[in-house]
Ligand binder design. Structure first.
Ligand code: UDP
Ligand code: MG
Length: 331
């Protein structure tokens, strides 16, 4: 038995276990206090410590940052970070992960749809040796239309990408330090955390937990933003759409070649020529093919746009201010 294998397998041996909760928030002034109260209560119930909460204010325009900075000035367990503007949910999660120092990191939404009370269960599973324990939401409280979109999307991505995205799993999960570091080292800009997390492998496990309705405030995800996230998921993990273009192109070329051969045979052996009768078919072919071309120009554009975003190498987010009164040991 190789000793290095053993070392890689056993993660946390010491008793001093630290848990970080990473939470992105955007205009959630009505929830912050309740969120912190419940999270701190959960942290108090965990053994060892000191644990921490890393709250990232994603450029809110309401009192969110005032509340966070106040709380983190008072309580050393709360790290508050504010970004220079709104960078989006996934970037804000990235910012939060970059500021965590725990052995295990919980990623959670700030609207209390993910119950913080599930954290001890997640941690217990993680300590059994799972690097990722994600929450599978049962009993979604969103409307039927959104639920249908979600389930269609999960099916689509499993079909297109070579990635077994667990059905119904969101970003709410606990991750070991090594997975968090892998996420942080993944240079891509358009991160799709639940996809990346799955892609890393290791031991992963799903826990079924009831998802609540939003505590208060309203969802920041419009249909447009949801679609964008879905697109990020598909295009970041699948080259199938771009390969479809090749397949369609080959089909179109084969059809036209066959048609040309057919016309030639008819002309040479039967002396008939193609009459203007086929006019409708012609128009159809032209419009259909231009449609297909435009569609796939869009698909190619989607990939090129993403390549462009990546090569620019801009930072994922810009920090405006950090408030952390925690003791800076071991950093
Ligand atoms: N959020 C964020 N930046 C954004 C949009 C959302 O940090 O640009 C936060 C938001 O405050 C919440 C979490 O991300 O804590 C999930 O957002 P939301 O609840 O609006 O999404 P939904 O649950 O409806 O998918
Ligand atoms: Mg929500």
């Amino acid at each position: 038995m190789e000793p290095s294998l053993l070392q890689g397998g056993t993660e946390v041996v010491s008793n001093a276990l630290k848990v970080s909760i990473a939470i992105p928030v955007y205009n959630e002034e009505s929830i912050i206090e309740e969120l912190l109260r419940r999270c701190l209560a959960v942290l108090d119930s965990l053994p060892s410590g000191p644990h921490e909460i890393v709250l990232v204010d994603d450029g809110s325009s309401d009192r969110t940052w005032a509340l966070i900075s106040h709380a983190s000035a008072l309580d050393g367990r709360i790290v508050g970070i504010t970004l220079s503007r709104n960078f989006g949910h996934q970037a804000a999660i990235g910012a939060a992960l970059d500021h965590t120092s725990g052995d295990f990191v919980v990623v959670m939404d700030g609207d209390l749809q993910d119950p913080p009370e599930a954290i001890p269960d997640l941690l217990a599973e993680a300590q059994k040796g799972f690097d990722v324990v994600y929450v599978v939401r049962v009993g979604r409280k969103e409307n039927v239309w959104l639920r249908t979109c979600y389930s269609l999307f999960y099916r689509l991505i499993t079909l297109l990408a070579d990635l077994q995205l667990p059905m119904g799993a969101g970003d709410f999960a606990i991750m070991s330090r090594r997975v968090v570091d892998l996420v942080r080292q993944s240079p891509e800009r358009q991160r799709y955390l639940r996809g990346l997390r799955t892609w890393y492998g290791f031991q992963q496990k799903g826990l079924e937990i009831e998802r609540n309705a939003r505590h208060s405030g309203r969802s920041k995800y419009s249909l447009r933003r949801l679609l964008r996230l879905a697109f990020d998921g598909v295009f970041a993990f699948s080259v199938v759409p771009i390969r479809l273009a090749t397949a369609f192109g080959m089909l179109a070329v084969s059809c036209s070649v066959l048609f040309a051969v057919y016309s030639l045979i008819v002309k040479v052996f039967f002396g008939k020529s193609q009459s203007p009768e086929g006019f409708t078919a012609l128009i159809f072919a032209i419009t259909f093919l231009s449609g297909v071309q435009l569609l796939f120009l869009g698909v190619i554009g989607e990939y090129i746009g993403r390549i462009y975003e990546e090569v620019k190498q801009r930072p994922h987010y810009i920090v405006k201010q950090v408030i952390a009164t925690r003791a800076k040991h071991g950093e």
